[in-house]
Design a protein around this ligand. Structure first.
Ligand code: ZN
Length: 231
């Protein structure tokens, strides 16, 4: 286990696991390792909330001050994909954050522009990945930010991150910690692990293909049942 842990810390951008070089300092785990992906006002929470009670797997953040120029940043290091399936999410970026035994996935939807590759590329926390927009099913310019967790690829389900964003109409700033417990996100993941993988094999977006601003519509995950525990 000691060897495994050292390898996880030391891989960084390399393709093959390797022991850390002498003098390399292991990063300090953080209690709240994810950071705010943008600046603006919290308009909607996981499960609905705020002005509506709809089923909703993410948090909506608007920024009327800068409109579509509002920058979107990676909430955590990982492998980022630009995705546009013509569905309700519109143009989105998804970042896979593997950890031993599973992975998190962060989703940034309704973008006007994406600055990462469709084939996947490593990004660091705080990297500029896109611009806020209203692509897909969006009534106005905002970011739909969603955190998902899974074990086998494609098994991810939404995580309740509301505690890190409340109250409604809360003003948040890009880069500030998202104060929600996301254990076991306590070490730097091997964000090279998914580079080059076929996105269909990986299963990104395959679980809930019929979404409308994150409102679940697919037969495999009926909207009447899936997000209940997040309400
Ligand atoms: Zn949303």
């Amino acid at each position: 286990m000691v060897v495994t842990a050292l390898m996880a810390f030391g891989t960084g951008l390399t393709l093959l696991p390797a022991a850390p070089a002498a003098g390399v300092v292991e990063p300090e785990p953080s209690e709240f390792p994810m950071t705010m992906p943008t600046s603006g006002m919290v308009e909607s929470l996981v499960g609905g909330g705020c002005s509506s009670s709809r089923s909703h797997p993410g948090v909506d953040i608007s920024n009327l001050a800068t409109s579509t120029a509002t920058e979107i940043y990676a909430a955590y290091p990982g492998t980022a994909y630009a995705i546009n399936k013509g569905d309700g999410y519109g143009l989105r970026v998804e970042i896979v954050h593997p950890y031993e035994g599973g992975y998190y996935l962060t989703r940034y939807a309704h973008l006007s522009q994406a600055f990462v590759s469709a084939d996947g590329q490593p990004v660091e926390q705080g990297d500029l990945i896109g611009l806020m927009g209203r692509s897909g099913s969006a009534t106005g310019v905002h970011l739909h930010f969603e955190v998902r967790q899974g074990t086998a690829p494609g098994s991810d389900v939404p995580v309740d991150i509301n505690e890190g964003f409340r109250p409604c109409r809360n003003l948040v700033s890009a880069g500030q910690p998202i104060r929600v417990d996301l254990a076991p996100l306590t070490w730097i993941p091997r964000h090279d692990a998914f580079v080059g993988m076929d996105i269909a094999v990986l299963g990104i977006g395959a679980v809930f293909p019929g979404v409308d601003d994150g409102v679940l519509q697919s037969a495999s995950a009926p909207r009447s049942t899936e997000p209940k525990h997040h309400a």
